[in-house]
Write a protein that binds this ligand. Structure first.
Ligand SMILES: [Zn+2]
Length: 234
């Protein structure tokens, strides 16, 4: 028997003890929420593709299902993979701007080093962005981020909701005149997805997550400017 509050109702965010009840002989019945009288989590019956489409449409119910009612644990790997995508994109742009056709081995090593440098910068930017969000939310709603597990859940939500960055690779591979527009769309999509993840995790209104994201972006750009002023080639 699951503990009370192990799950959440995807409609009203109220804690629930179970998602379904097993009535022997393979008969399962989805639990009904005591608060809103709707099924606690209708998505347990849905195909993963439908859930993914609902998540892409930024539906709060799909976010609640993924964050509270599943045991998805890929946020760490996803974060590293997204950073690799971003590093690769920047590295390609760097190659385009410095056309060097010298076959010298030294150049190859320099290019490899450039990739690691881009990975480092992307990681630094991502960290500053997250720190900015955490500081704002902790400052505005200290009661909601009291324990370590609150922070971990929010971090997991933010990392998972950045999955849109995976689109950077196809956008760069099938390069065409509209690639800069596609990259801007991806950036906006990731930010919308991040704001929805914050909103769902902390059960907030729409305004505060955007405030946190704006502060995260300011901190991210501030750190980049600081490094540039220090003479780093960021
Ligand atoms: Zn409910």
């Amino acid at each position: 028997m699951a503990a009370i509050g192990a799950y959440r109702c995807i409609e009203c965010n109220r804690e629930a003890a179970e998602l379904y009840r097993d009535y022997q002989r393979g008969v399962l019945r989805i639990s009904i929420c005591k608060s809103c009288q709707k099924p606690v989590d209708k998505y347990i019956e849905y195909d993963p593709v439908i859930i993914l489409i609902n998540a892409i449409l930024c539906k709060a119910q799909a976010y609640r299902h993924i964050l509270f009612n599943t045991k998805i644990n890929i946020h760490g790997k996803l974060c590293v993979f997204c950073l690799l995508c971003e590093a690769y994109l920047r590295w390609l742009q760097l190659q385009d701007s410095s056309q060097n056709i010298d076959p010298d081995d030294l150049i190859r090593y320099a290019k490899e080093w450039d990739f690691y440098r881009m990975f480092g910068i992307a990681s630094l930017e991502q960290t500053s962005f997250l720190v900015g969000i955490f500081i704002t939310l902790w400052w505005m709603r200290p009661k909601m981020l009291k324990t370590k597990s609150d922070f971990i859940l929010l971090l997991k939500a933010l990392l998972l909701s950045s999955y849109g960055k995976l689109l950077l690779i196809p956008a760069v591979i099938w390069e065409h005149d509209y690639t800069p527009v596609c990259l801007a769309f991806i950036k906006v999509f990731v930010l919308i997805s991040n704001s929805q993840a914050i909103r769902v995790t902390l059960n907030l209104n729409r305004l505060l997550p955007w405030l946190a994201i704006i502060f995260g972006l300011i901190l991210e750009n501030g750190v980049v400017c600081l490094f540039q002023k220090m003479g780093w080639d960021v």
